[in-house]
Design a protein around this ligand. Structure first.
Ligand code: MG
Length: 375
């Protein structure tokens, strides 16, 4: 039997409560099938559509691959009604379980009282809109200004599937922590951080260095193999490779997934994960955005702290690893960025990057009212 302090969103009352839950089955907090610690009743069909054996895809199973493509459609909706299975899910019920972080702002602040807020932000779809060309996923100047102010108030990290250099070229804020390649490549501020306890030495960590030659090789093979599919784009993210479906006609998604699988079956030490209109290939090491979050909290001196309040904002399946860690730790909460109901372990939701910016501005204004005029 274990006890976990979790932050639960109220339903009808829309009031946030800090509650203590007792359970003899900690796995209910991490199981993807149950949709996190708050379960939503939904038609069985939806569960089947979304069940792809967690985030790890079985690249040898034909049926699994098809269900993956279905799942990517479900997790990458571009218009209402585009995903019939999820359209069945009651939007208002979903919002009751994952209320807007803007609507719940006061309750969130109350829950963080006396604790140190640490901010973790995904990039694509969270700070920048999802665009067809991943090389042009720029963040707005207004968002950059907001994140800069945020970092003066709280330790702030960007956690992305992209390679660290690429993500830095988009964000261009030297004062942040960056966790690229799904957290496999972590670096703290070049000049050290004012938040870091203990020594002033910078934070740096690369979990999968020995996989670099293999990743290079797979990248080249994928570029060659996917040439046949118009719009397919392969991105080298240093410790992982992304195959973008954003500009590929939907009827060609199966074909492209098959091409990826045909390359990957020769590399049992690599695994395939799914994101929004993207397939990602990474080393089979126990490392993900959730582990990156834990590593960064530790680096900041909060390893065994009970007064830390991490907030993680992200829009993707890979962000779920971080949401789950927060539930396991019973600290802080996750915010899913989505306009559509989705299976998630996040407590709250925001609809789009503009709402993320509004939420971050409110945090800054609350922490440092003197900055209000500059936002
Ligand atoms: Mg994202």
């Amino acid at each position: 039997m274990m006890k976990e302090n979790v932050l639960a969103a109220g339903t009808k009352s829309r009031v946030n409560l800090a509650i203590t839950m007792a359970t003899s089955e900690p796995s209910i907090f991490t199981a993807g099938k149950a949709g996190g610690y708050i379960s939503i009743s939904r038609p069985k069909k939806i569960l089947e559509n979304l069940d792809i054996n967690g985030d790890n895809l079985d690249i040898n199973g034909e049926g699994r691959l098809c269900s993956w493509v279905d799942s990517m459609r479900a997790s990458s909706p571009t218009r209402i009604g585009a995903t019939p299975s999820l359209a069945d899910l009651d939007q208002s019920s979903w919002i009751d379980h994952h209320p807007s972080a803007l609507d719940m702002f006061e309750q969130i602040i109350d829950a963080s009282k006396g604790k140190k807020i640490v901010m973790f932000l995904d990039y694509d779809g969270t700070l920048s809109p999802i665009v067809d060309d991943p090389d042009r996923a720029f963040m707005s100047d207004a968002m950059r200004k907001t994140v800069r102010k945020l970092a003066t108030c709280f330790p702030t990290a960007i956690v992305s599937g992209r390679c660290r250099d690429k993500i830095y070229s988009f964000v261009r804020l030297a004062e942040l922590y960056y966790a690229g390649s799904h957290g496999m490549d972590i670096k703290g501020p070049a000049k050290g951080s004012k938040y870091k306890k203990g020594s002033g030495r910078g934070v740096q960590f690369q979990a999968a260095r020995k996989f670099l030659p293999m990743i290079d090789e797979v990248y080249k093979k994928l570029v060659e193999k996917t040439k046949a599919t118009p719009g397919a784009q392969v991105e080298h993210n240093k410790f992982c490779v992304s195959v973008h479906f954003r500009r590929v006609e939907e009827k060609k998604w199966n074909e492209l997934a098959q091409q990826v699988r045909s390359v990957l079956k020769e590399y049992p030490k690599l695994r395939l994960t799914q994101g929004r209109k993207v397939l990602e290939i990474r080393p089979t090491i126990e490392w993900d955005k959730g582990k990156a979050l834990e590593f960064l909290l530790e680096s900041l001196g909060f390893a065994n702290s009970t007064n830390v309040f991490p907030v993680y904002i992200g829009d993707d399946r890979t962000d779920e690893d971080a949401f789950k860690i927060l539930i396991e730790k019973g600290q802080g909460f996750g915010i899913l960025v989505s306009k559509f109901p989705k299976e998630t372990s996040a407590s709250y939701s925001l609809r789009e990057p503009d709402e993320v910016m509004d939420f971050l501005k409110r945090l800054v204004q609350w922490k440092r009212p003197s900055l209000r005029a500059q936002l």
